[in-house]
Design a protein around this ligand. Sequence first.
Ligand code: PEP
Ligand code: MN
Length: 277
Amino acid sequence: MSLETVNAPLAGRHARPAGTVVSAGAVEIGGPAVVVIAGPCAVEDEEQLLSTAREVKAAGARVLRGGAYKPRTSPYSFPGLKAEGLRLLARARAATGLPVVTEVMDARHLEQVIACADILQVGSRNMQNVTLLEEVGRCRVPVLLKRGMSATLAEYLLAAERVMAHGNEQVILCERGIRTFEPSTRNTLDLGAVPLLKRHTHLPVIVDPSHGTGVAWMVAPMACAAVAAGADGLLIEVHTHPERALSDGGQSLSPGEFAALMPRLAAMAAAAGRSLA
Ligand code: PEP
Ligand code: MN
């Protein structure tokens, strides 16, 4: 099945040719401006989260990210602070005014996640979790749906269609790299997905160059490339001390590296006829 033939009456571009804008607080994703979402992979403690939130805000990020429930590959890795992490995210939101996106791994956590989040992230590992998609579909909170690491674009679009079919039309798509035979990067960032998805769906499309490469020094060039390819936003992992991070330190930018990247992204956005939000 290809994007050309997939049956997606709600998510398909023909349903809303002008495109969909998803709002989180005062931030609009899918409009003329490119939105940068930034923050740590995982919420680790109050000082780490708040200082990262302040730094990314000062550099121009418009949405704060941070994982409280972490879907780690190894059962022995840091699993996130869970409910306490959500409380810290709510505190960071209150302190900075930034809307928050955080992952919901399990429908049983939806109520507590919604209390602290402005956007619900459904992670790559859950892109085909039918029950979770249906449950977030029943919510009235925007959903950031990440592409499954082995999902075709047609399968991805149908996952978004499932959320919409259950009543939630506020879906943001996020290309975060797919699994290929290439071992030099964590994933292969499929930037061709951006123009393809933009052609076949009206939903906003953002790019995560952090998980997409797994390599901090590759984040800046691939973030620039994503904006050139037409992405409506970026999701970038930032940690105050990447070498000490409890998860994904190897792909996290320091606040200084993030601040240095933002003017480059603004120039890329301008070249693409857009601006940075
Ligand atoms: C994340 O954003 O921290 C994450 C776990 O992403 P993914 O689901 O893309 O691996
Ligand atoms: Mn991560």
